[in-house]
Design a protein around this ligand. Structure first.
Ligand code: GDP
Ligand code: MG
Length: 468
């Protein structure tokens, strides 16, 4: 068959393990993808290293090239790192209201997030499993549990910008949530203390504190947050991080976590054209979970954080993942071993070919998709897939026109007496020139011979019957 098909059939004759050498190219590619997605340099490096160690020695999956398999390993690792336990918003263990302190730089989206979070917590939610779903689906119907709606009070503790209090009041009104304010001339620590007392008195069970931010992290901001934290031990300190800040998210998170101690983060502005690498940075440098993501300016644009979705977004290759999963399903190791055995013994026939071409065809659309991804295009080109699919279609019609006996005994088309008549018959039945049929048979026999040789070399004469 053609050299292009040979490339894909590589899977059965190539190395059966991923090695440091054969994944090196993929490793470099992945490093680039992570950096492009704004993953912090150090986080990217340690991640790539971990993935590399995991990948080496992995059994190769049929119909998946090492790069693709590598992507899947990386994806799993990302989900793992960002996932872990479900990270719901804490509730107070005492008779005091739950206090959630939002911190972060100016413009990160604190005030917006405070109001969004109020709306979210006031609304009964059906919690899905923490991982979410790679396809953006809504889980397997009815699996979630309902959360109890909370009674939320918003507290305006940003006293430095005159508009800040107004802004919170406007948003609070929009989400139907009372806003506690004492104006601009009061120490934020007192505002928060009195706010919590007021909440308790009024029967609110949750207090969300909107704090001031600075353009850059500064000592005064940190000192103020520390004072608030000490005065009113909050149940959560949530760092609000603008996803668009990319690389800077790592340093910001580190600083806040070291100086104040955070319990989690809210990643905002993910509706922008960011690849979300900052999600990984936040988790990577603080070890603290991202609890929510902001995906728009609207009050309902706050979602729980789903590691699978984020992993797909960061590597931008959700389809590679499903490709690998599909291939894993489609061909069990057992099948692969059977096929290898047949190849070795020279028993590979047209039925085997059909089975393989079925699998490859199913992956055609994914292959096409692959070629659109920068950096991945060198793995499978669109033209390659097109040419391949076209050839396969023609070859299929030849095989369809065969008798079962012919399909099981390719030799009937070469060694036997009636070989020429058989080929003529196929040509007539498919309306193709006889040369096409001859070419097909020649390609097939050549490929079969090559596969047999390579397979025998690879196995070093091991007895497959015993291995099975
Ligand atoms: P703060 O200074 O940290 O309180 O930030 P704000 O809450 O005032 O938000 C700053 C700007 O970012 C506002 O214009 C918000 O509408 C916008 N913003 C906040 N969160 C999001 C988000 O998730 N997506 C988008 N597109 N804009 C957001
Ligand atoms: Mg604000």
């Amino acid at each position: 068959i053609t050299s292009k098909i040979t490339g894909i059939l590589d899977t059965i004759r190539g190395a059966d393990k991923l090695t440091a050498e054969n994944i090196e190219e993929a490793v470099q590619e992945m490093r680039k993808v992570l950096l492009d997605a704004d993953v912090n340099f150090q986080v990217a490096n340690s991640l790539v290293k971990a993935v590399k160690e995991k990948a080496v020695g992995e059994r190769r999956i049929d119909n998946v090239n090492p790069s693709q398999q590598f992507v899947k390993i990386l994806y799993d690792e990302l989900v793992d790192i960002m996932g872990g336990d479900e990270a719901p918003i804490a509730t107070s263990a005492t008779d005091q209201p739950t206090v959630l302190l939002l911190a972060g730089l100016q413009g990160a989206g604190k005030t917006t997030a405070a109001a969004k979070l109020a709306l979210y917590l006031q609304t009964p939610q059906t919690r899905l499993d923490a991982s979410g779903d790679a396809e953006g689906g809504e889980g397997e119907g009815g699996k979630g549990t309902m959360t109890k709606p909370r009674k939320v009070l918003l507290v305006a503790a940003d006293v430095y910008r005159p508009a800040a209090i107004d802004q919170l009041q406007i948003l609070g009104e929009r989400v139907g949530c009372e806003v506690f304010t004492m104006g601009q001339d009061v120490d934020p620590v007192d505002i928060v203390k009195q706010g919590v007392a007021y909440a308790k008195e009024q029967g609110y069970d949750t207090v969300i504190v909107d704090t001031a931010g600075r353009q850059v992290v500064d000592d005064a901001l940190m000192a103020e947050l520390k004072r608030i934290k000490e005065a009113v031990p909050p149940d959560e300190v949530l760092l609000v991080v603008d996803a668009m800040t990319g690389q800077e998210a790592a340093l910001l998170t580190q600083t806040f976590n070291e100086q104040i101690g955070i319990s989690g983060a809210i990643l905002t502005k993910l509706d922008g054209d960011t690849r979300g690498g900052s999600a990984l940075s936040v988790r990577g440098v603080s070890g603290k979970p991202i609890k929510f993501v902001g995906v728009g300016e609207g009050m309902d644009k706050l979602e729980p954080f789903y590691p699978k979705r984020m992993a797909s977004r960061i590597i931008g290759m959700g389809d590679v993942v499903s490709l690998v999963e599909k291939a894993q399903k489609q061909m069990s190791e057992r099948d692969a071993l059977d096929l290898t055995k047949r190849i070795q013994k020279g028993q590979y026939d047209f039925n085997d070919f059909m089975k393989q071409s079925d699998m490859i065809n199913k992956m055609g659309s994914v292959g096409q998709f692959l070629s659109y991804i920068p950096g991945m295009s060198n793995m499978v080109s669109r033209d390659q897939i097109k040419t391949m699919s076209k050839k396969f279609r023609k070859y299929r019609t030849f095989i369809d026109a065969m008798t079962e006996e012919e399909r099981e005994s390719p030799d009937l088309f070469t060694k036997e007496k009636g070989a020429q008549q058989r080929m003529r018959r196929l040509a007539d039945e498919t309306d193709e020139p006889i040369e096409e049929v001859q070419g097909f048979v020649r390609d097939f026999m050549k490929q079969r011979r090559q596969m047999m040789l390579m397979s025998r070399q690879m196995m070093g004469g091991a007895d497959l019957d015993k291995a099975a």
